[in-house]
Structure formats: C-alpha cells, structure tokens
Design a protein around this ligand. Structure first.
Ligand SMILES: N[C@@H](CCC(=O)N[C@@H](CS)C(=O)NCC(=O)O)C(=O)O
Length: 122
C-alpha cells in the first residue's frame, strides 16, 4: 500500500510540475500590497497530498506568496497544526488577522474559496 501511495504521489507531483499554472502579473505596488497580506497566512500541508496540490495551484494562479509548512517533514509543524487547528489533517490554512486573532481553516475547497474571495479582483 505504501508503494502505491508513493507511486501516486510521484505521479501527482510530476503532472503538477508538467502543468504548472502561470501566475497572474500585477504591478509591483499591487503585488507588494498582496504580499503584505499573505505574510499573515500559513499553509500547513505536505508535498504529494492531492488536496494540498490543488490549493498550491490556486495560490500559484493568483501569485500568492504564502508560507507553507510541511507536516510530514517537520515535527514542529505537526505540533503547531495539532495544537492550533485541533486536527492533524491537511491542507489547513492558518489565518492571523490584524488584531492578532488566529483561525484555522481546513478543507481545500473552503481555503481556495477564501483565497479567491479575498485576493481575486472582481
Ligand atoms: N476534504 C478534505 C480532504 C483532506 C484530506 O483527506 N487530507 C489527507 C491528506 S491527502 C489527510 O490529511 N488525511 C489525514 C486525516 O484525514 O486525518 C479537503 O478537501 O481538504
């Protein structure tokens, strides 16, 4: 079973690499304003998780520079996710607002909806 997961994971990463979306281009001022906002977001994830790939592709399409923390490679990241979010499930987006309030968002569809609602110009 581990070998099947490994092969599937490699295929996901290969096709993700092959069909990497282009990021949108913004003026440097607009991108800097977005970068400032995305500085308070962190995506807990791991490389070959298909739901994480889906979120990372949405980030790439929108040129969102969001820090990622790999819960498979980092024990500290795993503990942060479990303590903060309450569930060792990925992807999970940690959102810190201007008042320093932190919330944890699970579900790839909800995360993508949140990012598109917040950052895609209407
Ligand atoms: N419906 C979720 C599925 C997420 C999911 O199943 N993630 C897997 C990794 S690919 C996971 O974290 N599994 C651990 C668990 O469910 O406890 C989404 O779209 O984000």
């Amino acid at each position: 079973m581990a070998i099947v997961r490994k092969i599937l994971g490699s295929l996901i990463l290969f096709f993700n690499w092959l069909f990497t979306p282009r990021g949108i281009k913004r003026s440097s001022g607009a991108q800097a304003a977005i970068d400032k906002q995305t500085g308070s977001l962190t995506l807990y994830q791991y490389q070959a998780c298909p739901f994480c790939v889906k979120v990372r592709r949405a980030m790439k399409r929108q040129s969102l520079d969001i820090e990622t923390r790999d819960v498979k490679r980092s024990q500290a990241a795993r503990e942060e996710l479990l303590t903060g979010g309450g569930d060792l499930k990925v992807p999970c987006l940690r959102v810190e607002d201007e008042q320093g309030e932190v919330s944890w968002m699970y579900e790839s569809g909800d995360i993508i909806g949140y990012l598109e609602g917040r950052f895609v110009a209407g």
